[in-house]
Design a protein around this ligand. Structure first.
Ligand code: CO
Length: 292
């Protein structure tokens, strides 16, 4: 499907800051880059974390993420290349592969594993943590797998391929929508020199992450493997992203901030320390992954 002239951004947000992310490892030793770190949680509310993983060295990913708990937020895993098997305490199981998305609402708690189903070759993707409003943190867990061909997609007149993982873009509804945080999650494949415009409410926190090539946003270059925080200018009505001469692949994320206290201890993200102690107790006593 082709969409054109739908977005009319008269003034683009500018880049407030470029972020390189931190090399780290998680799970049973999976090497990854934490693009959205703890220090950016308030600035990028409602987003809590973004990890980028990508390697063709099996040692970097083979041990995967064995059984671990989550409570109080949502995890969105987008697999560009490779295969990962997911199993959780709510009885969900799925194979995530080549362009697929897994959206999991941990709510009051799940225990799950995310394990590679390949012993060699490229494994590449992203895991985003999206906060839940206080009132939804103890809701029942929810889970959905989307194969690549199930994700809403469109192509602009300039040839930009857009996958709408969440939210709305150019009249297309994403695979998932959420009321309170209204997350927008787009994967953009821009041919050389192409421009993509997306309207954004001024109050929404937003960023781009460039994972191939380089882009220009309001006169500032964002190189590959960099996050560009988009300033919340009251005058800006969206963002205009222009690909460099080699084309680019970019994640664009935006969401309405919750403005609620964030209390995090590892895989538990609540509003108060008391709720964190409760999560630890529930996990210790085996109540965290129980179905109601
Ligand atoms: Co997990």
């Amino acid at each position: 499907m082709t969409r054109d002239t739908h977005a009319t951004v008269t003034q683009s947000r500018r880049i407030e800051r470029l972020v390189a992310g931190q090399a780290t490892s998680d799970g049973a030793g999976v090497k990854l880059t934490r693009v959205l770190t703890h220090q950016l949680q308030r600035r990028l509310d409602p987003f809590l974390m973004l990890d980028a993983f990508g390697s063709d060295q099996a040692d970097d990913y083979i041990a995967g993420f064995p059984d671990h708990p989550h409570r109080g937020f949502e995890t969105v895993t987008y697999m560009i290349a490779g295969r990962m098997r997911h199993r959780d305490s709510a009885g969900h199981e799925g194979l995530l592969e080549n362009g697929g998305v897994q959206w999991m609402t941990a709510g009051r708690g799940v225990i799950h594993s995310e394990l590679p189903e390949q012993e060699e070759g490229l494994m590449e993707g992203f895991q985003l943590w999206l906060n839940l409003p206080a009132r939804d943190k103890m809701r029942a867990p929810w889970y959905r797998d989307f194969k690549a061909e199930e994700l809403p997609r469109f192509t602009t007149a300039q040839g930009v391929d857009v996958t709408v993982i969440a939210g709305h873009s150019h009249g297309i509804d994403g695979a998932v929508t959420r009321d309170v945080t209204a997350p927008l999650y787009l994967d953009l494949h821009l041919p050389a020199g192409a421009r993509f415009e997306q309207s954004l409410p001024a109050s929404h926190n937003a960023f781009v992450y460039v994972y191939r090539g380089e882009v220009d946003v309001a006169g500032q270059a964002v190189p590959t493997q960099r996050m560009g925080l988009l300033a919340n200018d009251a005058q800006a009505d969206g963002v205009a992203i222009e690909a460099g001469g080699a084309g680019a692949r970019v994640l664009l994320l935006a969401g309405a901030p919750l403005h609620e206290p964030i209390a995090q201890y590892g895989p538990f993200v609540m509003n108060t320390q008391q709720e964190i102690f409760q999560a630890l107790n529930d996990h210790r006593d085996g109540r965290l992954g129980e179905s109601a």
